[in-house]
Design a protein around this ligand. Structure first.
Ligand code: SME
Length: 165
């Protein structure tokens, strides 16, 4: 049995340190990317409070062979399956190769609403050998839920798992 429940009193940096340690332990030596993403999404859900969605979009292609994001393993309500790179917070994270910290999704031009409950969002690109291979997306029902500490924590997680997904 895996028991990775975090202590409620942890501060944010320590919470992400423990999340990264758990993700490292769970994915080490496992070559199946889907299994690893599924467990990482579950760990994010356990460790990061006040979320309504947490998971992955992976780089794939559309029917014309153009790159676009395709839904990967997640925890939360069913979500939109395909996101063109020109669209949404996730597409912006890929285009800019940069974390998108969105305090108010309603104020983000082009935000794609998969769940009307979502108020704020952080999306971090996962980069392997210089190429964005996926994004990690966290959504919250609270406005301005995510801080720079959350962004830093998810970026550390993305770096840690980029060779395992
Ligand atoms: N809001 C995202 C779409 C993915 S869902 O939040 C799960 C976006 O604008 O790219």
């Amino acid at each position: 049995m895996f028991d990775y429940k975090p202590d409620e009193t942890l501060d944010t940096p320590e919470r992400y340190r423990q999340l990264c340690d758990a993700a490292d332990a769970l994915t080490e030596g496992e070559s199946d990317a889907v299994a690893n993403m599924a467990n990482i999404a579950a760990l994010i859900w356990e460790f990061v409070p006040d979320l309504n969605w947490a998971g992955f979009y992976r780089m794939g292609t559309n029917s014309d062979g153009e790159e676009e994001l395709v839904l990967g393993p997640f925890v939360g309500r069913p979500a939109c399956i395909r996101i063109p790179l020109g669209a949404g917070v996730c597409g912006a994270a890929v285009r800019e190769r940069k974390t998108q910290l969105v305090e108010d999704v309603h104020a983000f031009a082009g935000h794609i609403a998969c769940d009307a409950v979502t108020q704020s969002e952080v999306v971090v690109p996962v980069i392997r050998e210089g190429k964005v291979i996926a994004v990690i997306d966290l959504d919250s029902p609270s406005a301005a839920r995510f801080t720079k500490e959350d962004a830093d924590g998810v970026e550390r997680l993305a770096a840690l798992i980029s060779a395992r997904i």
